[in-house]
Structure formats: C-alpha cells, structure tokens
Design a protein around this ligand. Sequence first.
Ligand code: ZN
Length: 279
Amino acid sequence: MMKTLAKIVLVGLLAVTSIGSVTAQSIMSRDDWGAKKGIVERMKRHSLQEIVVHHTGVKQQQKYSLKQKLRGLQSYSQGKKNWGDVPYHYYIDMHGEIGEGRSLKYSGDTNTGYNPANRIHVVLEGHFDDEVPSHNQVSALAALVQSLQGQYSIPSSKISGHKDHVSTDCPGHNLHPLVLQMAAGQAANLAANYVPTCSGVLIDDQCFSLNEVYKLAQTHLQQQGCYAGAIDGDWGPMSRGSLTAYNDANGTNFSMESQSSRTQFVEHLGAPGSRFCSN
Ligand SMILES: [Zn+2]
C-alpha cells in the first residue's frame, strides 16, 4: 500500500508515464515502431557468430515510449551519424520490452574502434555505471540471448560485452558481470538469480537515482514551506537543514543517510496527512 502511494508520488513528480511490468514475450517489429527503411548502400552483409551486449550510455527515459526511442535513434543514426540504420540489432527498453533493430543480415555500426561485423548487437536502455538494469530488462536479455543462441548456434563463449573488445565503459559495470555470467553458460538462471541493487531508492523494481530522490525530496520540502533553495538534486546543508525543520515540525525523524531511510522518507511522501512547516 505504502509502496503504491510512494510510486504514485514519484510518478507524478517525475512525470513518469507508467511503470509497467512487461515481460519479453514478443519483439516489437520494425513495422510496429514505424521504422524507415534501412539504407542498404551504407551497410555490409555479414554472418552471425557472436552476441555483443551494450548499454545506450544515456540514462533511462521514462517519458518516452519504446517506439519513440527507436524512431529517435534511427533518425539520429541515419542523419547525424550517416549510418544505414540503428546500430544495434535489438533494443531492450527500461521495462524489458524488446524492439527489432537493424536487420540481422547487416553488420552493426559503432563509435569505437573495433569490428562490429559477424556479431549480433543487443543494447539495453540505460547508463549502467550509474543505473542498474531492471529485473524485466535482465529477463528479456536472458530470454533473447538464449533464443538467438538456439537459432544461430552461437555458443555461450561467444557472448561478450562491448568493453571486452575495445576500451569503453559500455555496457557499464552494473551490466557487464551479467554478460560474463551468460558467457559462462548461466543465461538460463540469470533472471532468477538477479537482484537489482540500487544506490537511490528502489520502488517496485524501478531504481530512482540519488539525484532524482534528492530532487523529489527538495520539491516536497519546498511545497511544505521548509525549503527555499534550488531543486537541483544536490543534498547540501540547506537541504539537510530543511529536512531537520520538517522533522521538527512533524515530530518525525527522517534522514537521507541510507537507502532504507531514503526509502522510508519517499514512502512517507505518499502517505496522507503530511503537515506543513510552521514558517
Ligand atoms: Zn557499446
């Protein structure tokens, strides 16, 4: 109950559309997301021998749909980047929904100095040095990888992360160990064994970053008349002082010092009967 309330607050304040639990039952086709045709002259044919996992390297975007994300990536790829199509063969969004990317007939594209050919490129939405993959994303990844392995006879030893080939952060230190587990033949157990860790607040399997949580708290404290600073996600002396004032006015003892105390405060924001600071 509290979790649901907290989620509604987060949804409202962070302009989140919905935090659905989408499972990887199907793949959104290019037709479904309104893809333009790939520009064949710009792409090379190849064969399918390996699987390489990436992250988008950009924070998860809650306000856009998978369709919008894929269309945006395609117009950037074909326009600014002068590629034939999106660089990846599959895209797994923050909810674990999978979209069909570039035709498997053609090699992917890359901003880094390695050869993307003969590899199936799978990207997960997020920046996994800062964020953690959601459970749904990991389930979708494991299901997709196992399916591709079966279809194209790709052994687990041929599964890797981008950083295994060239100097890059991709796919981020919160995703790369999972890729290595699949490379060790553990894809079937990956999702069952995966517990997302979250440095901010984890609500219904969705990780909100510390910055988002601090902004949320600042917004709330401002609405309560306890905080007059900027909504900048920087939990400095002014923010801490405002939480103390809030606690004094409400007879509470909230803090932002640990994951559990932050979660308690965020959940409290959704509870009815919050009172205002006296000033
Ligand atoms: Zn990459």
